[in-house]
Design a protein around this ligand. Structure first.
Ligand SMILES: Nc1ncnc2c1ncn2[C@@H]1O[C@H](COP(=O)(O)OP(=O)(O)OP(=O)(O)O)[C@@H](O)[C@H]1O
Ligand SMILES: [Mg+2]
Length: 471
């Protein structure tokens, strides 16, 4: 974080200083919420959780080098006491970003935010110092913590913004007002909490409403292939830049295909020209993510050749998203257990089929959550697709939804042992351990709540034969 005196921090957050011997004392290190991450000069923000109260660690944080604690009550060590630590962090982030004048790129969408944010980061970093959201820390705490990592050198701040309801994106955009606002897609993630796709679009569209007008440099980057996202053009004063496979997209892909490894390849067109991309990431869904990232990079002055090279070299920065590992015995494990929706299930199965040409392929799949009334049909369709793509073995893991998956496969013509339904992750691991042969390719994918990464980890962990470890 940029150096700020405790007096300045108290001023920005409206807090009261307590136990501060020297008001000139400065915070120079990162702002952290875990006392184990304290570095010299840190500000330790104490949150009172259900099981752990950060205030109990205040003394330890200062002993480890924290300059002060941001807290809701005096803690016997230097502290700035505020009513609400989350809001105080937000105020601090807002003040710091305003002071630095860093270019803010913010993105939201139902699926692919983290993947796309990681691509944007890898593109922009080639141009200038860039700070981005680590992992998926996209809420009212993670966003300020990320923004507060910016320094005088930082030129781009790339921020993932998540929403579970109306007003959430607006709140985040008020903390770190974006210059470029990107909306990826409107899907069905968290549809139960929102009520419907229109409500999700309403919430995600707050991103483009927050942008400056076109003549003040605001740019809305919108998915041309998603009608609800495209329609957001009418909700912004910013200039609109479209990406997608639609013919009228400013940044678009042509000749999209999957290589024999399941990696997408396409010709990238931007207003500066055309260049070929072959990605290192797996699965067709990354084409849309790559185009979104390309649109942002184009807007920030990168040429089509620079963008194509960077997209072809970009890897995964966040875990469990089509993470491909080769075991010493020649078994390939594809861990995509971070999350699942119908679209990414299809993309992952196609990638598995492409990677498994001439090899035995296993799809270890679990429930796709939050599909409401479409759940049965969507699980059935995934089971059928696995058979159509000639996946050698389907292992459906879990309860009712897994049964629907397996039944879809059965009805599409899988027979005997080609598709099986097992009750839990441990049963899947036991089955795979006894059946896998060198050369097999195994895809592991389900919604986050299923926790199937335990299966992938167990397959990769040769030390721990037997037990599936907890999350
Ligand atoms: N463009 C896309 N369209 C549909 N699904 C996608 C897309 N990109 C990624 N996914 C799928 O969504 C899962 C989550 O990806 P990612 O973490 O990038 O999304 P996210 O929007 O950040 O999710 P979260 O809401 O959990 O932060 C991935 O495992 C992948 O299967
Ligand atoms: Mg995310």
């Amino acid at each position: 974080m940029i150096a700020l005196s405790l007096a300045e921090i108290a001023g920005i957050t409206g807090g009261q200083s307590h136990d501060i011997p020297d008001s000139g004392l400065k915070v120079t290190g990162p702002v952290v919420i875990d006392s184990r991450e304290v570095r010299p000069g840190s500000l330790f923000a104490a949150f009172a959780g259900e099981r752990v109260d950060g205030h109990d660690y205040a003394e330890q944080a200062v002993a480890s080098g924290a300059a002060a604690v941001l807290a809701t009550r005096p803690v016997g060590v230097p502290a700035i006491v505020v009513d609400n630590v989350t809001e105080a962090l937000g105020a601090l982030a807002r003040a710091v970003v305003e002071r630095l004048g860093t270019k803010v790129v913010a993105l939201t969408g139902s699926a692919g935010k983290t993947s796309t944010k990681d691509l944007i980061a890898q593109l922009l970093e080639r141009k200038a110092p860039t700070v981005w959201t680590p992992g998926s820390l996209n809420n009212e705490i993670g966003l300020p913590l990320t923004a507060l990592r910016a320094t005088e050198e930082t030129e781009h701040l790339v921020l993932e913004m998540g929403a579970r309801g109306i007003g959430h994106i607006r709140y985040l955009t008020e903390l770190t007002p974006p210059h470029i606002g990107l909306v990826l897609n409107v899907g069905t993630a968290h549809i139960g909490e929102f009520g419907g796709r229109e409500q999700i679009a309403e919430a995600k569209g707050e991103m483009v409403e927050a942008l400056p007008a076109a003549d003040a440099g605001g740019v809305a980057v919108l998915n041309a292939d998603d009608q609800l996202v495209r329609a957001m053009a009418s909700r912004t004063k910013a200039r609109v830049l479209l990406f997608g496979e639609a013919a009228d997209a400013d940044v678009r892909a042509e000749n999209v295909r999957l290589t024999g490894n399941g990696q997408p390849a396409f010709s990238l067109h931007t207003p500066t020209g055309c260049s070929d991309v072959t990605m290192r990431l797996y699965g067709e869904h990354h084409v849309s993510n790559a185009l979104a990232a390309a649109a942002v990079a184009h807007e920030l002055g990168m040429s089509v050749d620079e963008i194509a090279t960077a997209l072809s070299e970009a890897g995964t920065l966040s875990r469990w998203r089509m993470e491909v590992t080769e075991r010493p015995d020649g078994v390939t494990v594809v861990n995509d257990a971070y999350n699942a929706n119908p679209e990414s299930m299809r993309a992952a199965l196609r990638a598995l089929a492409a990677m498994g040409t001439g090899r035995r392929t296993w799809a270890v799949l679990g429930q796709m959550a939050e599909l409401g009334d479409d759940s049965l049909a969507e699980h059935d369709a995934v089971g059928r697709l696995a058979v159509r793509l000639n996946v050698s073995k389907l292992v459906a893991v879990g309860g009712r939804e897994a049964a629907w998956l397996q039944l879809g496969a059965y009805n599409e013509g899988s027979w005997g042992e080609e598709s099986v339904h097992v009750s839990d992750a441990q049963a899947a691991v036991d089955l795979l351990r006894s059946e896998l042969r060198p050369g097999d390719v195994v895809l592991v994918k389900a919604s986050r709540s299923v926790g199937l990464e335990r299966v992938a980890q167990a397959l990769l962990d040769h030390r721990a034969e037997g037990e599936v470890t907890g999350r």
